[in-house]
Design a protein around this ligand. Structure first.
Ligand code: FAD
Length: 435
């Protein structure tokens, strides 16, 4: 029975991928009563139960980087994602910027992982022929009242070890970028852009060549801590709408919860996990508009204003095809139900009316922006650990030393610079949590 379930599961979830997971202790008799953990039916039927080595929940850029790293270090990794393929949520809805590491408090995880992650990412992109470009970036002060904030960024960046930072007078910056208007600018030559999809595809390939197996269309419904071990209850995504019936119980030695916007919702469903360790979720949507009607991009560098609350300000990002986009803005949205965060049922529509706010913001540093040139682009949602008017919060990476559950690593609040940091987060997890 178990074998046929696994075969069915593999076929349904992974298409032509190799068999789903290594059976450590599974046979048809190792079934369990349906668990009564939150979110799982407590019916009388039994479900299959399997021991596995490592489970990564979430095939976004962070989950993929972790899966690749662990599989390269010899672990058998099973990656579960509720979507039909990798990278469909925040990892494909961002600015695709390789951040230098300027903005973050010194010694924070964001500062540490951004710096290390940037180094690793540029090296990875070069070695694996992932399209990328060190464009450089200008953070601009458009009025004298903003100069102290620019000075502070210079100071932070220097403390964070970002190399090559240089303060430019307005005329120097405008000589570099004739369309720009500013009174002073901070030049960050280390900043750049990359093709995130190619990067993720490469991570998937490397993970698969190692010891990793992907199971898409597979939702983690809940879990339970039993005798200091995590048990996960999973089901096919398509059955989730019909009720939360777990179809399989997995008992991994190591679980990495990299579920992005859904990470807290999952942890809240871990029966026996001390809920004091689950931080509250806050979501901030960011919309992008693209520039139409220009033959060539108005800027060669990325151009950022002084950061605003909740984001880095409506900035200019270029992609590798020369498309110019402006954004993301910050719109705090209500945290929704678990199902929305598990199945990515968020509203990503970009209201064209938001352009009314973009034009004046952008014209502060790009006065030549023509009326009618902004076209609604896309949006993404930041998985934040703080809300409006609250102080910023660092990434949270929690293992047994924090919450007391062996073999469970939770990643919470992996907002920007999560893409830049992904390889460094993976390295950290492998160094710290592999026994
Ligand atoms: C607007 C915006 C701009 C950004 N710009 C940048 C930038 O320029 N540079 C930068 O470094 N960073 C940037 N970031 C941050 C970066 O995009 C994120 O930090 C990164 O993509 C997070 O990756 P992730 O793998 O943690 O999450 P995700 O990509 O969200 O992946 C999580 C995965 O978990 C899956 N999942 C969720 N719940 C379940 C469940 N119950 N069962 C199974 N699977 C589940 C989802 O389907 C999803 O695939 C930006 C973010 C936003 C929102």
């Amino acid at each position: 029975m178990l074998a046929s379930l696994c075969r069915k599961w593999t076929r349904l979830s992974t298409g032509n991928l190799k068999p789903t997971w290594k059976l450590v202790n599974g046979d048809a008799s190792s079934t369990s009563r349906r668990r009564t953990a939150r979110g799982v039916s407590s019916g009388a039927e039994t479900i299959a139960k399997e021991r596995v080595d490592t489970v990564v929940i979430g095939a976004g850029v962070v989950g993929l980087a972790v899966a690749r790293e662990l599989s390269l270090r010899g672990r058998e990794v099973l990656i579960l994602d509720s979507a039909s393929t990798f990278g469909t949520v925040t990892s494909s809805r961002n600015s695709e910027v390789v951040h230098a590491g300027i903005y973050y408090p010194p010694n924070s995880l964001k500062a540490k992982f951004c710096g290390r992650g940037r180094e690793l990412l540029y090296r990875y992109c070069s070695e694996h022929e992932i399209p990328h470009k060190k464009t450089g970036k200008l953070v601009v002060a458009t009025g004298s009242s903003e100069i102290p904030k620019l000075d502070l960024l210079m100071h932070l960046g220097t403390q964070n070890g970002v190399s090559g930072l240089r303060m430019l007078e307005g005329f120097e910056a405008m000589r570099m970028e004739p369309e720009l208007r500013c009174v002073k600018a901070l030049l960050s030559p280390e900043s750049g852009i990359l093709d995130t999809h190619s990067f993720m595809l490469s991570l998937v390939g490397e993970a698969e060549n190692g010891h990793a197996t992907f199971s898409y269309n597979t939702v983690v419904l809940s879990g339970r801590v039993e005798e200091k071990k995590m048990h996960l209850f999973v089901a096919e995504t398509r059955s989730f709408d019909e009720g939360e019936e777990a179809e399989l119980e997995l008992i991994p030695d190591l679980v990495v919860n990299a579920a992005g916007l859904g990470a807290q919702a999952i942890a809240k469903r871990f029966c026996g996990f001390d809920q004091r360790f689950v931080p509250s979720s806050h979501y901030a949507r960011g919309c992008y508009f693209t520039l139409s009607g220009t033959k060539s991009p108005p800027f060669n560098n990325l151009v950022y204003p002084i950061p605003e609350e909740g984001g880095l300000g409506v900035h200019v990002t270029l992609d590798l095809n020369g498309l110019v986009k402006f954004g993301p803005d910050v719109e705090w949205i209500e945290c929704t139900d678990d199902q929305s965060s598990f199945l990515n049922k968020f509203d990503y529509r970009v209201n064209p009316q938001r352009a009314d706010k973009f034009y004046p913001e952008i014209r502060k540093y790009y006065p030549g922006l023509k009326d009618g040139s902004l076209v609604p682009g896309y949006s993404g949602i930041r998985p934040k650990l703080y809300g409006p008017k609250q102080p910023q919060v660092d990434f949270v990476i929690q293992g047994e030393e924090t919450h007391g559950v062996p073999g469970l690593v939770n990643l919470f609040g992996i907002e920007s610079p999560g893409l830049t940091s992904s390889l460094a987060i993976a390295e950290h997890i492998a160094n710290k949590f592999l026994k």
